[in-house]
Design a protein. Structure first.
Length: 289
């Protein structure tokens, strides 16, 4: 029988949030830095197709779920992921206005994920979804455990990312629980899916960032120099991609559960602020007070 772990903050569906992304977003919105901005833009380009893949993979087992608690969590997970796709779609419009090849890159990502759905079993696709969710949950913790990690971002985009990150913490166990209790995926499949997912994310983050910078007019040598210059920012102490190693590798522990990874304390401040004011920027600032 599925049970919600005590460390779970619970899933709250929030829709129709205005982040102000139809305004004048600077081209290099992260401290005026082209590489930092485009690296995060590359992550944004995994949406909304990534969400659709997650929803399809989890939804494939929906009719087999007998536990009413898990069934409600899946329903709320679907609504949260749908809202993420809509919000990031507005962000894509801002990138389109900059003349970037957004639609081409979105179509390429869609083709890859559609290929997963067509070629892989339902069990492997739910395992991929669980693996991606593990990564994004840890990324959310890395970004927003410390204020300095995302300092310099445009507040509207930072607030969008914070909202998404907080909801990743809320539904971090849903795909995993469906995978384990309904799909009955074995340990080897679960582990191989994490390796596959990490390889895909690496390709997107660095490959897409390079293509966006090329579209900005930067030559090959300049782009490689930017990458090298930002290695410490990405992977150094409190780097934006410096995931907590123990928590990441914990996924390979047979007894692992996503609720082994504690929710950051700032989540509860964010939640109280957002429920009071419904303002994502105000809630963002409450994260670090």
């Amino acid at each position: 029988m599925h049970q919600v772990a005590k460390s779970s903050p619970g899933i709250i569906v929030r829709e129709n949030i205005d982040f102000g992304l139809d305004g004048d977003i600077p081209r290099f919105w992260y401290a005026g830095d082209p590489y930092k901005s485009r690296l995060f833009d590359s992550m944004q380009l995994t949406f909304p197709e990534g969400e659709r893949f997650f929803m399809k993979s989890v939804g494939a087992f929906r009719s087999a779920i007998k536990d009413p608690v898990l069934a409600q969590e899946v329903k709320d997970f679907m609504r949260q992921e749908g809202a993420h796709g809509i919000a990031h779609g507005a962000y894509h419009d801002a990138l389109r206005r900059q003349g970037l090849p957004v639609d081409q890159m979105l179509q390429e990502n869609k083709a890859v994920l559609d290929g997963y759905s067509a070629r892989f079993s339902r069990g492997f696709n739910i395992a991929l979804t669980s693996a991606f969710e593990h990564f994004t949950g840890l990324l959310a913790e890395t970004f927003f455990s410390h204020e300095e990690t995302t300092q310099g971002m445009d507040d509207r985009i930072r607030a969008l990312m914070a909202w998404h990150a907080m909801e990743e913490m809320e539904h971090k166990s849903v795909a995993f629980d469906v995978m384990m209790t309904v799909a009955k995926v074995g340990y080897v499949t679960r582990s191989l899916a994490l390796i596959r997912a990490m390889w895909r994310l690496r390709t997107i983050m660095f490959g897409y960032a390079d293509r966006l910078l090329k579209a900005d007019g930067y030559g090959w040598f300049r782009r490689k120099a930017m990458f090298v210059k930002n290695l410490r920012w990405m992977f150094g102490k409190r780097g934006v991609l410096a995931l907590p190693t123990g928590a990441f590798l914990g996924y390979f522990r047979p007894s692992f559960h996503p609720h082994d990874v504690k929710t950051i304390p700032g989540y509860y401040r964010w939640l109280a602020s957002f429920e009071r004011d419904r303002d994502p920027v105000v809630a963002l600032n409450a994260l670090f007070t």
